[in-house]
Design a protein around this ligand. Structure first.
Ligand SMILES: [Zn+2]
Length: 341
């Protein structure tokens, strides 16, 4: 097809992309980890741009509070409690049916991160926590795959592009990230929808440079913006040659053998329980067994039921989110009692 007739003709006209850049984009693989406000906007832009393969990864499902800013989801997705990776895939397949999609409903952890990143040309951050970003960074440096960091809350956000061996890595910039938590989350201080779209657009543009084979054009600085205070500024992102990850190549998070068993979820008064990686889990028989004990709702992706003040949502891989508690002991105890393990 001649460029002028192609659905990508306006993108091909952009200096820096051209016919060759477009061809590279269409042969590349992008992985979007986390499909909230940032991830759904990035995935939308990359699907429209014609990326060859789009791998969509998320551990959560659509709820009503997401609809204000998470541009891929509709009321019906929240009503059906669809996993975000499934809802995003369905929506995007109607946007661009010519590209390949892979949707993965899973918690990203040391046991699966390298598989999730395998074959990727670029990885884009749509995450909501520091630990997983630090884990993605280790895998990215180890596997020499560029990734785009982005984060936002309230009225402000930030982004940085990490090209292993060339730019500062996430650990150069935030060496203590794996242990950091923030009191400021979307659930405690809110989020202005346009901030997420602005940061995600920055991330998608950086990703497109890499996908088009123009990684020399990426930003070498940390970008900060606040759309309420009308501020955009940049801070140099200096590489630390003594950095544990990109300098000494010590991948302590990746090398951790013990699986994460519980994680507190981004200020949601919820705990995620992840079973050991090798544990087998039979979803259908669990649904049958629980039906006899408690009123449950289920679809092909998840089941949910209430116990006292808490609600358990259990996914096909055996992972659960226990709502209504911030106490990992209570979450583990409920999981053990109803699901097993
Ligand atoms: Zn580093």
């Amino acid at each position: 097809m001649l460029p002028a007739e192609s659905r990508y003709s306006r993108q091909i006209l952009v200096p820096g992309i051209g016919v060759e850049g477009q061809k590279a984009i269409q042969e590349a693989t992008a992985v979007v980890i986390g499909l909230g406000a940032l991830g759904s906007t990035v995935a939308n832009l990359l699907a429209r741009a014609g990326v060859g393969t789009l791998r969509l990864v998320d551990r959560d499902f659509v709820d009503w509070t997401n609809l204000q800013r998470q541009g891929l989801y509709e009321e019906e997705d929240a009503r059906k409690c669809l996993p975000k990776a499934v809802a995003a895939h369905r929506h995007l397949a109607r946007v661009n049916s010519e590209i390949r999609y892979e949707s993965i409903v899973a918690d990203v952890n040391p046991g699966n991160i390298e598989q999730i990143l395998s074959g990727a040309t670029v990885v884009v951050d749509g995450l909501d926590n520091f630990y997983t970003r630090a884990l993605v960074n280790e895998a990215s440096v180890k596997m020499t795959i560029p990734w785009i960091h982005g984060a936002c809350v309230s009225t402000y956000g930030t982004a940085a592009t990490i090209v292993p061996g060339e730019t500062a890595c996430y650990n150069c910039l935030f060496p203590d990230a794996a242990a950091m938590t923030s009191a400021n989350t979307c659930d405690t201080v809110g989020i202005l929808g346009p901030v997420a779209f602005a940061v995600a657009s920055w991330e998608a543009a950086e990703a497109l440079k890499i996908l088009a084979g123009r990684k020399e054009e990426v930003s070498r600085r940390l970008m900060f913006l606040d759309l309420w205070l009308n501020d955009v500024h940049f801070v140099p992102a200096e590489r630390n040659l003594e950095c544990r990850v990109c300098g000494r190549r010590e991948f302590s998070l990746l090398d951790r053998n013990a699986p994460l068993t519980t994680t507190s979820l981004c200020g949601r008064n919820a705990i995620q329980v992840v079973p050991a990686v090798a544990r087998s889990f039979d979803f259908e028989s669990t649904v049958d067994r629980l039906k006899k004990a408690v009123p449950i709702e289920s679809n092909q992706y998840l089941l949910k039921f209430k116990v006292g003040q808490c609600e358990l949502v259990v996914f096909r891989d055996g992972r659960a989110i226990v709502f209504g508690t911030d106490d990992p002991k209570i979450a583990k105890s409920l999981y053990g009692r109803y699901i097993g393990g």
